[in-house]
Write a protein that binds this ligand. Sequence first.
Ligand code: HEM
Length: 94
Amino acid sequence: MFAAAATKVITMQEVSKHIKEEDLWLVINGNVYDVSKFANEHPGGVDTMVAAAGIDGTSDFDGVGHSDSAKKQLITYQIGRVHKADLAAWGKSK
Ligand code: HEM
């Protein structure tokens, strides 16, 4: 079950529909994370997460210098991946 969720391909078009505090997906290193249930507990606040939603949030996540513990938490929220080409094209269109 986990493997299927982790490898499910999600489009950036779909990701871009989940950009609200209560329905929030993040894309970090090509992986898609549903952080809806975590956003309110995030030590860095909800707003930082909302600001990184609907786009490639990798540089936002990495820029903070998150701890190894924070990086390990990511896997808990993974629901799939985006295609590299999709992500690249999306970035350019923004
Ligand atoms: C699923 C994604 C994320 C997880 C699991 C996560 C987790 C955490 C954790 C555990 C901390 C506490 C410090 C640490 O252990 O490094 C933290 C701090 C922080 N995070 Fe995140 N984070 C995520 C995404 C983001 C994003 C996208 C941003 C956008 C810039 C962000 C901004 C921050 C900031 C600014 C802090 C520092 C808070 C402070 O020390 O005052 N985080 N995050």
